[in-house]
Design a binder for this molecule. Structure first.
Ligand code: C2E
Ligand code: MG
Ligand code: MG
Ligand code: MG
Length: 283
């Protein structure tokens, strides 16, 4: 069968799959070496208060500095890491690296805000509280210096499996944020079962503000709901002044996005905090 015989779709598809599988294997083995060889690093993206304009937090976002291919974004390798289970080791590294950095800033006299790390659902097991505790203790940090971002895919496992672990983390003094909120299937009634402090409105709903009626309605609903559940609301991916204004008027608490800053290296984040960089709210 050749492509000219009308099987082009199939032929193309199988060779594409083959290519993808190979690419996948290559990433997996290189990623293992990257983790061991110090090629992974964290960037930090500030979260600013929509009341004061001040930096009130940051999200740690992983990067892979590849010796030949340059900086690789997490969207390329985190899914591979999740499939192979390597995400467990990477996740532990992220936790430790964030704690090490927070300690470093503290020692340098910087009044750094709490730092949020992303957790893969696969990391969310009975050992997680222990691993977090160890990282905090190793760097002598109080638990309010760290936040954990989880996604709705975790909640799908059901309350019985997830809530005991969440409660343990909360009892330790950690805050939990629900990332990419609105992209999954959790309902209001379902959501309130979980001890979650913060909702992050997914960027896909922020993009259309303030012109897309549906996005406006969704953003409004999330903020209203979050306020009722006494959760803090963070909007992610805010790029324009118009989006910022709309979200502020809704009563959204914090903003994260290119409008204020993209994720940056630790030194650049430190600089912003030292300068007291603020978001112009009077726009
Ligand atoms: P996320 O946790 O939802 O992180 C927000 C993503 O949105 C980041 O992409 C950030 O750079 C991007 N972003 C922020 N503001 C803007 C904006 O104004 N415009 C646009 N276009 N994008 C914006 P990034 O760093 O590529 O990370 C992608 C995803 O990879 C993260 O989504 C998260 O799910 C995952 N990830 C990143 N670091 C880690 C990690 O350490 N562990 C795990 N498990 N996942 C991670
Ligand atoms: Mg996140
Ligand atoms: Mg997010
Ligand atoms: Mg997102």
């Amino acid at each position: 069968k050749t492509q000219q015989q009308g099987e082009a779709g199939y032929t193309f598809y199988s060779s594409e799959m083959n290519k993808r599988a190979k690419e996948h294997l290559r990433i997996e083995s290189e990623l293992r070496r990257a983790l061991a060889g110090g090629q992974l690093l964290l960037h930090y993206q500030p979260k600013v208060s929509l009341r004061s304009g001040r930096i009130v937090g940051a999200e740690a976002l992983i990067r892979w500095r590849h010796p030949e291919r340059g900086m690789i974004p997490p969207g390329v390798f985190i899914p591979v890491a999740e499939e192979t289970g390597l995400i467990l080791d990477i996740g532990t590294w992220v936790l430790e690296e964030a704690c090490r950095q927070i300690r470093d800033w503290k020692d340098a006299g910087l009044d750094a805000p709490p730092i949020a790390v992303n957790l893969s659902s696969r990391q969310f097991d009975r050992n997680l509280p222990h691993r977090v505790q160890e990282a905090l203790e190793a760097y002598r940090l109080s638990p309010d210096r760290l936040k954990l971002e989880i996604t709705e895919t975790l909640l799908v496992r059901g309350p019985d499996q997830v809530i005991p672990i969440m409660n343990e983390l909360v009892a330790m003094g950690l805050a939990l944020a629900l990332d990419d909120f609105g992209t999954g299937y959790s309902s209001l009634a379902y959501l309130k079962k979980f001890p979650i402090n913060t909702l992050k409105i997914d960027r896909s709903f922020v993009i259309g503000l303030p012109t897309e009626e549906n996005d406006c309605a969704i953003a409004q609903a999330i903020v209203t709901m979050g306020q009722q559940l006494r959760q803090e609301i963070v909007a992610e991916g805010v790029e324009t002044v118009e989006q910022m204004r709309f979200l502020r008027n809704l009563g959204c608490d914090q903003l994260q996005g290119y409008l204020f800053s993209p994720p940056v290296a630790a030194a650049a984040f430190e600089q912003m905090v030292r300068e007291g960089k603020r978001l112009q709210l009077a726009l």
